[in-house]
Design a protein. Structure first.
Length: 380
């Protein structure tokens, strides 16, 4: 029996999906599993300080294996697969401004073309895919989509990292996450989990029930909330934040928060407190960037300003960041990994999740991102 029109169309779309993915070495995108990514956008590939030791970083981003390496002041990104026998170029070494393959010594320059072949001549086929990169906001950002569309104006607004941190402040932390990047974004857009998942660390009834406002700001989504008449958090008490003049563990405070999501996977947060009924007071600005690694794993880049307390005290911020890293790993990542396993590759909305009024921001970002991915067409 001949194929129906719909079957023929589906076959055509699948063929297009397959060829677009194969070109970059990615598996065929699967919307249900969350492996169909926005491609015409910037993803944070690495913090700038990660290049200080070897000058090279290997990282899988959106299922695509990438090698990033330093050439002068620039960072180049190439597909991490040699054109000869497909060895990972990141297993090689940097020689004369290019990366030399460990296996048989082909060397590729920053444009991805072969610059040296110890075994004979060089043909145009001896090249690997090159990706646009840009250095900004303490990191290196990569564009996986159409290079002609790469536009610096599409970077998320993270000027806070240049403006609000003292010069000696933290350079950026990294945690490997064992769940899909959208679950990590959900987590930051959902302050209500803090009082339960983080009860003994950052929570303790300080956020639950706080009225929320969610607004669209161009492509971004902004969530704000205020919870009056609270007390300092367990982590703040433990780390000594109460040395702030005029605050003690009994001081009534108004806690306030703001999270802005920039597509596809960057969040800028601002959480702080002031005396109850008074001005907003001090605030911590944080940046959370959830670069997809695969459909089930995430590169979680994060950094906080020192705005809240002790801006000149390096030792305090070492302790503060170590405590936050423990919370991310032991509490957030642990539950998100378990959720990922429970979802077993099924699409979020197909499981008919129970929705709270406080889930509005998390739902809106998913819908907005899905529409952007769909608008890119089958190649996404
Ligand atoms: S696999 Fe790279 S030179 Fe042979
Ligand atoms: Fe959390």
């Amino acid at each position: 029996m001949s194929a129906t029109f719909l079957e023929t169309m589906a076959g055509g779309v699948n063929a297009m999906l397959k060829s677009a993915a194969e070109e970059s070495g990615r598996p065929v995108p699967d919307e249900a599993k969350g492996s169909r990514y926005l491609l015409n956008c910037w993803y944070l590939a690495a913090w700038a300080h990660e290049f200080e030791t070897t000058g090279m970083v290997a990282r899988t981003i959106c299922d695509t294996k990438i090698v990033l390496f330093k050439t002068g002041n620039e960072i180049t990104a190439l597909h991490d697969m040699c054109s000869h026998r497909f060895a990972p170029l990141s297993r090689g070494k940097l020689v004369d401004g290019g990366v030399q393959c460990l296996y048989h010594g082909l060397r590729f320059g920053p444009d991805g073309r072969c610059a040296h072949n110890p075994h004979g001549g060089i043909s145009p086929a001896m090249q690997v895919r090159h990706y646009p990169t840009i250095r900004a906001f303490r990191g290196v950002w990569i564009w996986l989509g159409d290079p002609a569309l790469a536009d610096v104006a599409l970077l998320p607004d993270l000027r806070c990292l240049d403006e609000e941190l003292p010069a000696r402040s933290d350079r950026g932390a990294y945690t490997h996450g064992g769940a899909n990047y959208m679950l990590f974004i959900d987590n930051i857009l959902d302050p209500t989990h803090v009082d339960y998942l983080h009860y003994s660390s950052t929570g303790g009834g300080s956020v639950e029930g706080a009225p929320q406002t969610v607004t669209d700001e161009g492509p971004a989504i902004k969530l704000t909330w205020v919870k009056p008449n609270q007390r300092l958090m367990p982590m703040e008490l433990k780390l000594g934040n109460i040395s702030l003049d005029g605050f003690s563990e009994d001081t009534p405070i108004d806690r306030h928060g703001e999270s802005v999501w920039f597509p596809p996977c960057t969040l800028r947060t601002k959480v702080g407190f002031g005396k109850h009924g008074g001005p907003p007071g001090v605030a911590h600005v944080g940046v959370h960037i959830m670069t997809p690694e695969t459909a089930e794993t995430t590169h979680y880049f994060w950094v906080f300003t020192r705005g809240m307390v002790h801006p000149e005290d390096d030792a305090f911020h070492e302790r503060f960041n170590a405590a936050r890293a423990d919370v991310f790993r032991d509490e957030d990542d642990s539950i998100l990994e378990a959720i990922q396993r429970n979802m077993a590759g099924r699409e979020f909305f197909s499981l008919h999740p129970t929705l709270f009024p406080t889930d509005q921001a998390a739902i809106r970002f998913r819908r907005k991102l899905a529409a952007m991915i769909k608008a890119e067409g089958p190649a996404g």
